[in-house]
Design a protein around this ligand. Structure first.
Ligand code: ATP
Length: 140
C-alpha cells in the first residue's frame, strides 16, 4: 500500500531514505532548510521544499498531519532535531522516527514523543563489525 512520508533533513541519511521510499513506490515530501539539498532531491522526491521545520507555522502550512509517517533526519543541530520532533507529535503525525547522534540525544527524542529512534552510525558499526567477524561474508 502506498504511504505518505515526510522526510525532514536531506543530508546523507535523509536523502538516502527518500530515494529508497520512492523506489518502493511511496510518496515523499522532502524538506530541508538548505536550498542546495532541496534542489538535489527535487527530481527524486514527490515534492521537495525549502523550509525551517522548527517553525510551527511552517509545519502547519505543510499540512504535516496528512502524513502517516514523519522522519526527522537532522543530526548536528540537537535543538532543531528535538523541536521538530515535538512539533510533529503535537501536530498529530501518527508515527515519528527520529535519528539520534548518541544515547542521550535518543533518550530526549523518546521523552518528547518520538515513536522510533534510530542510531545509524552506531548500528552500521555493529552490523559491519559482525559481518567482518563472520567467516562467511554475506550481505556485504
Ligand atoms: P547526514 O549524516 O545525514 O549527512 P548529519 O547527521 O550530519 O547528516 P546535519 O547535516 O546536521 O546532520 O542535518 C541534516 C540536514 O538537516 C541538513 O541538510 C540540514 O540543512 C537539515 N536541517 C537542519 N536543521 C533544519 C531545520 N531546522 N529545518 C529543516 N532542515 C534542517
Amino acid at each position: 500500500m502506498k504511504k505518505q512520508f515526510l522526510v525532514i533533513g536531506l543530508g546523507r541519511f535523509g536523502s538516502s531514505i527518500t530515494k529508497t521510499l520512492i523506489q518502493n513506490g511511496h510518496e515523499v515530501l522532502a524538506v530541508d532548510k538548505n536550498e542546495q539539498n532541496v534542489q538535489d532531491m527535487a527530481s527524486i522526491a514527490t515534492h521537495a521544499l525549502q523550509a525551517d521545520c522548527t517553525d510551527e507555522g511552517v509545519l502547519r502550512e505543510l499540512g504535516v498531519s496528512n502524513f502517516t509517517h514523519g522522519i526527522v533526519a537532522i543530526g548536528d543541530d540537537l535543538q532543531a532535531s528535538i523541536l521538530t520532533t515535538v512539533l510533529l507529535k503535537e501536530l498529530n503525525v501518527p508515527k515519528v522516527t527520529a535519528k539520534a547522534r548518541n544515547e542521550m540525544h535518543g533518550k530526549v527524542l523518546s521523552k518528547v514523543g518520538a515513536d522510533h529512534v534510530v542510531y545509524p552510525e552506531r548500528d552500521m558499526g555493529i552490523r559491519l563489525g559482525n559481518q567482518l567477524s563472520s567467516d562467511t561474508l554475506i550481505d556485504y
